[in-house]
Design a protein around this ligand. Structure first.
Ligand code: CDP
Length: 216
Protein backbone atom coordinates (compact mmCIF):
# COMPACT_ATOMS: atom_id res chain seq x y z
CA UNK A 1 0.00 0.00 0.00
CA UNK A 2 1.36 3.48 -0.87
CA UNK A 3 1.78 5.58 2.26
CA UNK A 4 -0.50 8.63 2.45
CA UNK A 5 1.39 11.85 1.77
CA UNK A 6 0.63 15.10 3.60
CA UNK A 7 -0.61 17.92 1.34
CA UNK A 8 2.47 19.59 -0.09
CA UNK A 9 2.43 23.02 1.56
CA UNK A 10 5.53 25.04 0.73
CA UNK A 11 6.37 28.22 2.66
CA UNK A 12 8.73 30.69 0.99
CA UNK A 13 9.79 33.71 3.04
CA UNK A 14 12.44 36.35 2.64
CA UNK A 15 13.22 40.05 2.38
CA UNK A 16 12.29 42.44 -0.43
CA UNK A 17 13.41 41.46 -3.94
CA UNK A 18 15.29 38.38 -2.70
CA UNK A 19 13.91 36.25 -5.53
CA UNK A 20 11.34 34.52 -3.32
CA UNK A 21 8.50 35.23 -5.75
CA UNK A 22 10.38 33.70 -8.68
CA UNK A 23 11.39 30.68 -6.58
CA UNK A 24 7.84 30.23 -5.25
CA UNK A 25 6.24 30.56 -8.67
CA UNK A 26 8.70 28.04 -10.11
CA UNK A 27 7.92 25.54 -7.35
CA UNK A 28 4.18 25.99 -7.84
CA UNK A 29 4.55 25.32 -11.56
CA UNK A 30 6.82 22.31 -11.01
CA UNK A 31 4.50 20.64 -8.49
CA UNK A 32 1.24 21.84 -10.10
CA UNK A 33 0.15 23.64 -6.94
CA UNK A 34 -1.85 26.83 -6.41
CA UNK A 35 0.34 29.84 -5.59
CA UNK A 36 -0.30 32.91 -3.46
CA UNK A 37 2.04 35.92 -3.32
CA UNK A 38 0.88 37.28 0.05
CA UNK A 39 2.77 40.53 -0.53
CA UNK A 40 0.06 41.45 -3.06
CA UNK A 41 -2.47 41.49 -0.19
CA UNK A 42 -0.46 43.95 1.90
CA UNK A 43 0.33 46.00 -1.18
CA UNK A 44 -3.40 46.09 -2.08
CA UNK A 45 -4.27 47.32 1.41
CA UNK A 46 -1.61 50.03 1.07
CA UNK A 47 -2.96 51.05 -2.36
CA UNK A 48 -6.50 51.23 -0.97
CA UNK A 49 -5.37 53.43 1.92
CA UNK A 50 -3.33 55.75 -0.30
CA UNK A 51 -6.13 55.99 -2.90
CA UNK A 52 -8.55 57.02 -0.16
CA UNK A 53 -6.13 59.80 0.82
CA UNK A 54 -5.53 58.22 4.23
CA UNK A 55 -2.27 57.87 6.16
CA UNK A 56 -0.82 54.32 6.14
CA UNK A 57 0.45 54.92 9.68
CA UNK A 58 -3.17 55.00 10.94
CA UNK A 59 -4.31 51.50 11.79
CA UNK A 60 -8.09 51.96 11.49
CA UNK A 61 -8.42 52.87 7.78
CA UNK A 62 -5.92 50.14 6.91
CA UNK A 63 -7.88 47.59 8.95
CA UNK A 64 -11.09 48.55 7.15
CA UNK A 65 -9.50 48.19 3.73
CA UNK A 66 -8.01 44.83 4.76
CA UNK A 67 -11.35 43.49 6.03
CA UNK A 68 -13.09 44.35 2.77
CA UNK A 69 -10.26 43.24 0.49
CA UNK A 70 -11.32 41.12 -2.49
CA UNK A 71 -8.17 39.34 -3.75
CA UNK A 72 -9.81 38.95 -7.18
CA UNK A 73 -10.02 42.72 -7.64
CA UNK A 74 -6.42 43.72 -6.89
CA UNK A 75 -4.83 46.07 -9.45
CA UNK A 76 -1.69 44.01 -10.05
CA UNK A 77 0.07 46.82 -11.91
CA UNK A 78 -0.62 49.73 -9.55
CA UNK A 79 0.49 47.77 -6.47
CA UNK A 80 4.03 47.45 -7.83
CA UNK A 81 4.97 51.13 -7.50
CA UNK A 82 7.72 52.02 -4.99
CA UNK A 83 5.29 54.24 -3.02
CA UNK A 84 2.88 51.37 -2.57
CA UNK A 85 5.73 49.04 -1.53
CA UNK A 86 6.85 51.46 1.17
CA UNK A 87 3.28 51.96 2.40
CA UNK A 88 2.74 48.18 2.36
CA UNK A 89 5.43 47.63 4.95
CA UNK A 90 3.84 50.38 7.09
CA UNK A 91 0.31 48.92 6.98
CA UNK A 92 1.75 45.40 7.45
CA UNK A 93 3.04 46.40 10.88
CA UNK A 94 -0.52 47.02 12.18
CA UNK A 95 -1.64 43.88 14.08
CA UNK A 96 -5.27 44.58 13.05
CA UNK A 97 -4.29 44.41 9.37
CA UNK A 98 -2.40 41.14 9.81
CA UNK A 99 -5.33 39.67 11.73
CA UNK A 100 -7.78 40.74 9.00
CA UNK A 101 -5.67 39.02 6.31
CA UNK A 102 -4.87 35.91 8.35
CA UNK A 103 -7.80 33.59 7.54
CA UNK A 104 -7.70 34.26 3.82
CA UNK A 105 -4.08 33.04 3.79
CA UNK A 106 -4.57 30.01 6.05
CA UNK A 107 -7.57 28.94 3.92
CA UNK A 108 -5.40 29.16 0.82
CA UNK A 109 -2.72 27.05 2.51
CA UNK A 110 -5.30 24.42 3.51
CA UNK A 111 -6.21 23.26 -0.01
CA UNK A 112 -6.32 19.47 -0.28
CA UNK A 113 -3.42 19.07 -2.69
CA UNK A 114 -1.28 21.67 -0.91
CA UNK A 115 -0.14 25.15 -1.94
CA UNK A 116 2.84 27.45 -2.30
CA UNK A 117 2.75 30.77 -0.45
CA UNK A 118 5.41 33.44 -0.30
CA UNK A 119 5.77 36.34 2.10
CA UNK A 120 7.41 37.25 5.38
CA UNK A 121 5.64 35.08 7.97
CA UNK A 122 4.45 32.03 6.06
CA UNK A 123 6.72 29.51 7.76
CA UNK A 124 6.35 31.12 11.19
CA UNK A 125 2.67 32.13 11.38
CA UNK A 126 0.50 31.24 8.37
CA UNK A 127 1.69 27.68 7.69
CA UNK A 128 3.84 26.58 10.65
CA UNK A 129 3.25 22.92 9.67
CA UNK A 130 4.34 23.36 6.05
CA UNK A 131 6.15 20.34 4.62
CA UNK A 132 8.94 22.54 3.24
CA UNK A 133 10.08 25.98 4.38
CA UNK A 134 12.55 28.10 2.45
CA UNK A 135 14.06 31.38 3.54
CA UNK A 136 15.26 33.10 0.38
CA UNK A 137 17.77 35.89 0.70
CA UNK A 138 20.42 37.82 -1.28
CA UNK A 139 22.84 40.67 -0.70
CA UNK A 140 21.00 44.04 -0.52
CA UNK A 141 22.92 45.49 -3.51
CA UNK A 142 21.96 42.52 -5.68
CA UNK A 143 18.33 42.78 -4.56
CA UNK A 144 18.34 46.50 -5.38
CA UNK A 145 19.76 45.79 -8.84
CA UNK A 146 17.02 43.21 -9.56
CA UNK A 147 14.26 45.53 -8.33
CA UNK A 148 15.72 48.42 -10.35
CA UNK A 149 15.52 46.31 -13.52
CA UNK A 150 11.85 45.47 -12.79
CA UNK A 151 11.00 49.16 -12.29
CA UNK A 152 12.83 50.17 -15.47
CA UNK A 153 11.13 47.40 -17.48
CA UNK A 154 7.76 48.66 -16.21
CA UNK A 155 8.65 52.23 -17.19
CA UNK A 156 8.79 53.52 -13.61
CA UNK A 157 11.35 56.32 -13.12
CA UNK A 158 13.57 55.39 -10.13
CA UNK A 159 17.24 55.66 -9.21
CA UNK A 160 19.49 52.84 -7.97
CA UNK A 161 20.13 54.77 -4.73
CA UNK A 162 16.42 55.25 -4.02
CA UNK A 163 15.68 51.57 -4.66
CA UNK A 164 18.46 50.42 -2.32
CA UNK A 165 17.36 52.88 0.37
CA UNK A 166 13.75 51.66 0.07
CA UNK A 167 14.83 48.02 0.36
CA UNK A 168 16.97 48.67 3.44
CA UNK A 169 14.24 50.72 5.08
CA UNK A 170 11.63 48.04 4.41
CA UNK A 171 13.91 45.25 5.64
CA UNK A 172 14.44 47.13 8.90
CA UNK A 173 10.72 47.80 9.35
CA UNK A 174 9.69 44.25 8.42
CA UNK A 175 12.27 42.68 10.75
CA UNK A 176 11.69 45.11 13.60
CA UNK A 177 7.90 45.00 13.95
CA UNK A 178 6.31 43.33 16.98
CA UNK A 179 3.79 41.09 15.22
CA UNK A 180 5.04 38.41 12.80
CA UNK A 181 8.41 40.02 12.05
CA UNK A 182 10.47 38.86 9.10
CA UNK A 183 12.59 36.08 10.56
CA UNK A 184 13.51 32.60 9.32
CA UNK A 185 11.43 29.80 10.84
CA UNK A 186 13.63 27.57 13.00
CA UNK A 187 13.04 24.67 10.60
CA UNK A 188 13.50 26.64 7.37
CA UNK A 189 16.33 26.11 4.90
CA UNK A 190 18.29 29.17 3.81
CA UNK A 191 18.60 29.77 0.08
CA UNK A 192 21.01 32.60 -0.75
CA UNK A 193 20.42 33.63 -4.37
CA UNK A 194 23.14 36.34 -4.48
CA UNK A 195 25.29 34.40 -6.97
CA UNK A 196 22.60 32.19 -8.51
CA UNK A 197 20.87 32.46 -11.87
CA UNK A 198 17.09 31.99 -11.89
CA UNK A 199 17.55 28.39 -13.11
CA UNK A 200 20.15 27.59 -10.43
CA UNK A 201 17.91 29.06 -7.71
CA UNK A 202 14.95 27.03 -9.02
CA UNK A 203 17.04 23.82 -9.00
CA UNK A 204 18.28 24.49 -5.47
CA UNK A 205 14.72 25.20 -4.30
CA UNK A 206 13.46 21.92 -5.77
CA UNK A 207 16.25 20.00 -4.04
CA UNK A 208 15.29 21.60 -0.71
CA UNK A 209 11.64 20.63 -1.21
CA UNK A 210 12.51 17.06 -2.24
CA UNK A 211 14.70 16.62 0.85
CA UNK A 212 11.95 18.02 3.09
CA UNK A 213 9.39 15.75 1.42
CA UNK A 214 11.53 12.69 2.08
CA UNK A 215 11.68 13.61 5.76
CA UNK A 216 7.93 14.36 6.03
O1 CDP B 1 8.05 42.00 -3.61
P1 CDP B 1 8.71 42.52 -2.38
O2 CDP B 1 9.69 41.53 -1.88
O3 CDP B 1 9.24 43.89 -2.55
O4 CDP B 1 7.65 42.69 -1.23
P2 CDP B 1 6.23 42.01 -1.11
O5 CDP B 1 6.40 40.55 -0.87
O6 CDP B 1 5.39 42.43 -2.26
O7 CDP B 1 5.65 42.66 0.23
C1 CDP B 1 5.43 44.03 0.38
C2 CDP B 1 5.41 44.35 1.87
O8 CDP B 1 4.29 43.64 2.46
C3 CDP B 1 6.63 43.87 2.66
O9 CDP B 1 7.64 44.85 2.75
C4 CDP B 1 6.06 43.53 4.01
O10 CDP B 1 6.05 44.63 4.87
C5 CDP B 1 4.62 43.16 3.75
N1 CDP B 1 4.37 41.73 3.86
C6 CDP B 1 4.21 41.16 5.12
O11 CDP B 1 4.33 41.85 6.11
N2 CDP B 1 3.88 39.86 5.26
C7 CDP B 1 3.77 39.07 4.19
N3 CDP B 1 3.43 37.78 4.38
C8 CDP B 1 3.95 39.58 2.89
C9 CDP B 1 4.28 40.93 2.74
Amino acid sequence: MTPLRRPLVIAVDGPAASGKGTVAEGLARHYGLPYLDTGTLYRAVALGVLSAGRDPRDAEPARQVARLLDPGLIDLVAIRSPDVGAAASIVAAHPAVRTALHDLQTRFAAQPEGAVLDGRDIGTVIAPDAVAKLFVTAAPEVRAERRLKQHIAAGRPVTREAVLADILERDARDSGRDMAPLTPAADSVLLDTTHLTIEAAADAARRIVEAARDRA
